[in-house]
Design a protein around this ligand. Structure first.
Ligand SMILES: [Ca+2]
Ligand SMILES: [Ca+2]
Length: 184
């Protein structure tokens, strides 16, 4: 779909409009961004290409976010896979964003967040720069405030309840240009 062509077809818009909650104008804008990131004009992005998105590069969770983009067998990301997490982060309900955030921390994808997941998350975010004490204290604190039923694991329900008022869940991330910044 879309391939390396400079414009999306009417069918592409129809398909993408069904799949995502972006307006046709937003899809056009995001496609232009996608193409600018696609330096090699292959119609798909590498993980390195995606890192040129400031919204991603500035997010401390970016190594894990990048893992969650669906990739083809060449480890590349097509336009629809590019839009999937952006749609959740920009247009998702608080619940959808909480579920997405849960996946970020569930590093081994087994449906629960354990202290092992939290350790792996911290390592990924801080690159091993934490002292052992600090690491343990951080994990203990996260478990205290998120493992609401105190069974030693963070379930999706624990997580969604604990996170429901957080900015991460409540505040959409806008991946399109605010209109006043739009290139003419
Ligand atoms: Ca897990
Ligand atoms: Ca629990």
């Amino acid at each position: 779909m879309g391939g390396s062509t400079s414009h999306l077809s009417d069918e592409d818009y129809e398909e993408l409009g069904k799949q995502f909650r972006f307006s046709p104008e937003q899809i056009t804008e995001l496609y232009q961004r996608f193409r600018r990131l696609d330096m090699t004009r292959r119609g798909s992005l590498s993980v390195q290409d995606l890192m040129k998105l400031p919204e991603l590069a500035m997010n401390p969770m970016h190594p894990r976010i990048l893992e969650l983009f669906e990739k083809n067998k060449d480890e590349r990301i097509d336009f629809a896979s590019f839009l999937t997490p952006l749609d959740i982060m920009s247009n998702g309900t608080p619940r959808e964003r909480a579920e997405f955030a849960f996946k970020l921390y569930d590093m081994n994808n087994d449906g629960v967040i354990t202290t092992d997941d939290l350790e792996a998350t911290l390592d990924k975010m801080t690159g091993d720069n934490l002292t052992e004490d600090k690491r343990e204290a951080t994990i203990k604190h996260v478990m205290q405030v998120t493992d609401l039923d105190h069974d030693g694991i963070i379930s999706l329900e624990d997580f969604c309840t604990a996170m429901k008022d957080s900015d991460m869940v409540q505040k959409p991330v806008h991946f399109t240009f605010p209109s006043e910044l739009k290139p003419r």
